[in-house]
Design a protein around this ligand. Structure first.
Ligand code: NAP
Length: 485
């Protein structure tokens, strides 16, 4: 029986390199890797050795026989991916080791941020003998969205932090928590003490929905709600009004599904997780019975991924519904539509998540607080008003400008060439490529940046850091020159 990749796949491709027969795809060198929703084991070539299981940082791979019932759909999801693709040669692609040209100096790099892109960047740099990384995190808790972005009921995904703990424990890494670059230490200071600075600061803001009424009490962004239930210190005192029966979420990416799920799940199932205790207490008192997730396009354009949809549709206690008219109007061949078409009729027993399509928000209605949201139909249907006392926008994260670095306002990223801004300053992760992909996607992204950095180091384009030793050498040189003059 072959092994199967399941919902919590983080796409870091550790399994790809561990597999002796190259049966896990797409591999990072495959153009399909950039857009893949997860990785897939080919059941016809898997030799069932289990090497991938040990390599996976989030315990996403299981032998077929050990799958729980709700994971069984992943057998077909893995097989379907390979059914439509040509087999690859039975050799796992090797990642060449980073080659440093010996120059009698040790590479020193400052990494700003401590989320997945920062941790993978440090991990790559620390493969170089003698290299050192100083990492600066503005919060007092490390790991960025891996800690404050993953939903608490996705405990397997959270296990990636065990891998980050191992990276953090490497001798060459010094992690400074509670230090904000630009406030506590300047870019120039970092550059003086390191060969290079890599900004892996993510996309710490969210896109704003510009419609009338959006600032009424009772509206919030999904990213704030996620940070709140995950106990991010700056959201600890936030209050979300859960006293109403219906909530509306605008946008239907994976974050929207996370938020809708946390609002409808039995709070007792979260009690054993590391959810913020204050959030758990509020969710226990919640009156929310229905969350309406509204998208401006059709079902085939849904932004949520198949693994997340399957996970939600098999979740006990939550009824997932979608209008048959919306589905009938979309005839595209998409496995997510197959899942939606097979949803059971709602029995009216549990809390409900309703998916709505082709509705674009036009305004938020309410005197003192949100009472309803108005939508126009994007396919010539009638406008709709959905009454709800809580409105969350989940329309994507957005990068913030970094002081002193160029910034593209349209993409909210720092313009770069394979991670390089100029020799000595680099970016990795969401501030480099925008807020897309999964935790492990940042591994290949970080490697690309480190390749550019090492290229610059090898060609002598990086200025040696002014450590105490180099400052002494410079002073001695000045003295010698003064004496000679
Ligand atoms: P996203 O996937 O980009 O989804 C954004 C949603 O907002 C889309 O439905 C988009 O609709 C909609 N939208 C954007 N602007 C809008 C507007 N002005 N009016 C109405 N709707 C608007 O963003 P996300 O959900 O924040 O996720 C970010 C990334 O994190 C994704 O790569 C996601 O997969 C990843 N993530 C993964 C997991 C997981 O694997 N479990 C969990 C959370 C996040 P259009 O498509 O029409 O533009």
């Amino acid at each position: 029986m072959p092994h199967v990749v399941t919902q919590s796949c983080c796409s870091d491709a550790s399994c790809v390199y561990a597999c002796p027969v190259n049966c896990i795809q797409p591999t990072p060198d495959d153009p399909a890797f950039a857009t893949a929703e997860m990785l897939y084991v080919d059941p016809s070539t898997c030799v069932d050795c289990g090497a991938c299981v040990s390599a996976c940082p989030v315990d996403a791979i299981k032998p077929h026989a050990k799958l729980a019932e709700h994971e069984l759909p992943f057998v077909k999801i893995n097989a379907d991916y390979h059914a439509t693709r040509r087999p690859r040669p039975p050799l796992a692609p090797a990642v060449p080791p980073l080659q440093i040209r010996a120059r009698g100096e040790r590479l020193r790099v400052a990494v700003v941020g401590s989320g997945p892109a920062a941790m993978y960047t440090a991990d790559e740099i620390l493969t170089i003998p003698g290299a050192r990384v100083s990492m600066f995190e503005r919060l007092r808790v490390p790991y960025g969205l891996a800690r404050h972005g993953v939903a608490p009921d996705h405990q397997r995904t959270r296990r990636v932090s065990r891998q980050f703990d191992q990276i953090r424990e490497q001798a060459g890494l010094s992690l400074f928590l509670g230090v904000e670059v630009g406030r506590d230490v300047s870019h120039e200071e970092l550059l003086r003490r390191h060969h290079a600075v890599v900004y892996a600061v993510g996309a710490s803001s969210d896109k704003r929905l510009e419609i009338p009424g959006i600032d009424l009490p009772g509206t919030a962004s999904a990213t704030e709600f996620v940070a709140w239930y995950n106990g991010r210190p700056d959201q600890a005192s936030r209050r979300f009004d859960l006293s109403h029966r219906r909530a509306v979420v605008i946008g239907n990416g994976n974050v929207a599904l996370d938020v809708a799920r946390i609002l409808t799940i039995d709070p007792e199932s979260l009690a054993q997780t590391d959810i913020a205790l204050r959030a758990l207490a509020e969710l226990r008192k919640s009156n929310v019975e229905e969350v309406v997730v509204v998208a401006r396009r059709g079902p085939g354009d849904s932004k949520f991924t198949l693994p997340e949809l399957v996970g939600l549709s098999t979740r006990p206690g939550i009824e997932l519904t979608v209008s048959p008219d919306d589905l009938a109007a979309d005839r595209r061949d998409d496995p997510r539509l197959d899942v939606l078409r097979k949803l059971p009729q709602p029995a009216g027993r549990g809390r409900r998540i309703t998916l709505k399509y082709n509705l674009a928000p036009t305004c938020v209605v309410g005197d003192l607080r949100v009472e309803a949201t108005r939508f126009e139909h994007t396919k010539n249907g009638p406008p709709e008003t959905i009454e709800a006392g809580l409105l969350m926008t989940s329309i994507g994260y957005r990068g913030r400008p970094v002081a002193g670095l160029p910034f593209d306002k349209k993409t909210a990223t720092v313009p770069n060439d394979r991670g390089r801004i100029d020799p000595g300053t680099y970016v990795a992760g969401w501030i480099k490529r925008g807020p897309t992909g999964f935790i492990g996607t940042n591994k290949a992204c970080a490697r690309e940046t480190v390749d550019a950095l090492v290229e610059d180091f090898n060609s002598g384009r990086l200025t040696a850091p002014r450590t105490r030793a180099t400052a002494r050498v410079a002073q001695r040189r000045r003295q010698t020159m003064a004496e000679a003059a």
